[in-house]
Design a protein around this ligand. Sequence first.
Ligand code: DGL
Length: 267
Amino acid sequence: MKESSASAPILLFDSGVGGLTVLAALRRVLPDAPVIYAADFAGLPYGEKSEAEIAARVAGLLGRMGERYQPRLACIACNTASTIALGMVREVLEIPIVGTVPAIKPAAAMTKTGVIGLLGTAATIRQGYVDRLEAAFAADKTLLRQAAPGLVEAAEAKLAGRAGVGEAVAEAVATLRAQPGGDRIDTVVLACTHFPLLREELAAAFGPGVALVDGAEGIARRIVSLTGGQAFARRAPNFAVTTGPIDTLEQRADALRQVGIEDLRVF
Ligand code: DGL
């Protein structure tokens, strides 16, 4: 990459604050990378939308953001959007696109009981993409999928400083455990980027015998490998944009500050 392009940003996109879990991992490996964090609060939650709606929305928004911000790479830091719209976004943007896919492969390598739980949005857990990951990496395991929309809301509320996370976590864990074989789960895939924001609460609810796996570190490594050899020089502070009203970001200013973002804007 030319010296003049060293300030070209990496664009991270999610429906809300879930992608901050990916941004935190990215900052650990590429601390100097200029970053724009984009949250589609006007479209949240994706998990309750149809495939057609999500694909059109995500491809449309990323196309416009690509034009406006000229990123060197875009990361769809959202499992729902990635499992549905990754192909379409790759057709719209001519830059490398990194998706976020459920960490079934590492979970399959970790489980001792052979029973893996998967918590995701309703839209994610019904995707053929997940069927294909299961067939490729966990064909000899039992994968129990559970939609947990309450956890998306709880993660958003937690980062906005609101209480009441416990009930949603308890309900998600109990419903997954209640599936046939659920008592033998020893590994749980957090297949939504919002869920690692509730890692402590989920770990406490599952108990010490259950490992929680997410894809954030793997995604960060993928971005490093795709930008290998490129120069990074931040010429302006990192910023976040929202498709909703500015207070969707302002309410979560503390969490954004923790990942180095203080400049908040409306897209
Ligand atoms: N963060 C998104 C994911 O990883 C989903 C949240 C939503 O329902 O919008 O799936």
